[in-house]
Ligand binder design. Structure first.
Ligand code: NAI
Ligand code: MG
Length: 367
């Protein structure tokens, strides 16, 4: 089969790290592991400069038609003053919204070679491999009413509203359970049913989906605040954590610090499966931004971006073996001691973005 990849490098270091992904794509193609058709588009400030908006309708159509969107990063001081609707982030938000990307997957993997870069002690994080599945299109970030009103006495009142419907919880729960089946077969569902109605419904729906459709997968319920504590105390107890938009935002940032640098963290965002084609819309992107402070200097760590492509191989292209191979190559490069500046210890030798990408290719050659 031939897979359609739509590459959106974006701004800043986005363009530099995408070059390294293109090398990896070419490697898999040359090895006959998969055939790719790649197309490049513009997003963020670089799209604004050409089209006057953060993503053009033509590029949106290409994203819709692709098997996977591979996204770099957007933003930078150059575009701080552009109109609000055309700001770089608007391109990212439109992609998420129009592609219906309701499930955000954030793995937290602690490579043994980097365990000392964690905020926690080595023994707590070494070998850590957990996956946070965060609901991305609902909850308190989007619920209405959302407003600041001035009361008669002149005081102001701010309102945010948390809303979740059965359908939204069912579909995120299914993603979490399905992923757990490909891992260690355990889902931990985090909410606050003790104080929130959305937590009560979340708990009920996840429980029912688990019982009716995934009886083979272990399910536990954990209060979200306790989950935050457990992530720092004993994170290896988890496999897949399934949670809402707000708690997922916080829990995934905590998990990020267990693993070291921002430059190491991949992510995937998935939409619903089309009942006819069996395909699902998906976008893969590093967690970090466009890093204007180091852009153009060849200093960016490409591993978060390459790791995001590994997730595309696994989740969109059904090439789990190829994804494993790529992740093994990344681990081998880290084991060999190669470090970009963001993951180097003081005084350690560092390599450039290109050298790190080349080393991943060389490691793939050796596997
Ligand atoms: P950032 O993630 O771009 O950078 C934070 C710090 O981490 C910087 O010191 C940067 O040099 C470093 N860093 C990030 N990625 C790295 C990598 N791959 N290798 C080495 N070092 C790396 O976040 P910041 O500085 O808050 O935002 C910069 C711009 O990026 C802003 O315009 C912001 O709006 C945008 N942004 C975009 C995101 C996206 O496209 N998804 C996400 C977050 C921020
Ligand atoms: Mg966040």
């Amino acid at each position: 089969a031939s897979f359609n990849l739509f590459l959106l490098p974006g701004d800043g270091i986005g363009t530099e790290i995408m070059v390294e992904v293109e090398k990896v794509v070419a490697w898999f193609q040359a090895r006959g592991i998969a055939r790719f058709e790649t197309e490049r588009g513009l997003v963020g400030g670089s799209a604004y400069d050409v089209h006057g908006k953060a993503i053009s309708d033509a590029d949106m159509a290409l994203a819709q038609a692709s098997d996977a969107v591979i996204f770099g990063a957007v933003g930078g001081p150059k575009w701080d003053a552009v109109p609000y609707d055309a700001r770089p982030e608007a391109g990212l938000l439109r992609l998420r919204k129009d592609l219906g990307l309701f499930a955000n997957l954030r793995p937290a993997i602690c490579y043994p070679a980097l365990a000392d870069a964690s905020s926690l002690k080595r023994e707590i994080v070494e070998g850590l491999d957990i996956l946070i599945v965060r609901e991305l299109t609902g909850g308190v970030y989007f619920g209405e009413p959302k407003e600041i009103v001035t009361l008669e006495n002149g005081e102001k009142r701010a309102v945010d509203t948390q809303v979740y419907s059965t359908h939204e919880i069912e579909r995120i729960a299914r993603v979490a359970f399905e992923l757990a089946r490909t891992r260690r077969n355990k889902v931990s569902s985090a909410e606050k049913r003790n104080v929130m109605k959305t937590g009560v419904l979340w708990n009920q729906v996840v429980t029912r989906v688990g019982r009716e459709e995934f009886a083979d997968v272990e399910l536990e319920h954990v209060l979200a605040d306790n989950c935050a504590m457990q992530l720092v105390r004993r994170p290896k107890q988890y496999d897949v954590i399934c949670t809402d938009n707000l708690f997922g935002d916080v829990l995934s940032d905590i998990a990020a610090m267990l693993t070291g640098s921002l430059g190491m963290l991949p992510s995937a965002s998935l939409g619903e499966t089309d009942p006819v084609t069996g395909k699902r819309k998906a976008m893969y992107e590093p967690v970090h931004g466009s890093a204007p402070d180091i852009a153009g200097k060849g200093l960016a760590n490409p591993i978060a971006m390459i790791g995001s492509f590994a997730m595309a191989l696994r989740y969109s292209l059904d090439l789990g073996d190829a994804a494993d191979l790529l992740e093994t190559a990344i681990a081998a490069v880290l084991d060999s001691g190669l470090r970009t500046a963001d993951i180097a210890k003081v005084g350690e030798n560092t390599v450039s973005t290109k050298e790190m990408g080349d080393a991943v290719i060389a490691a793939l050659d050796r596997l």
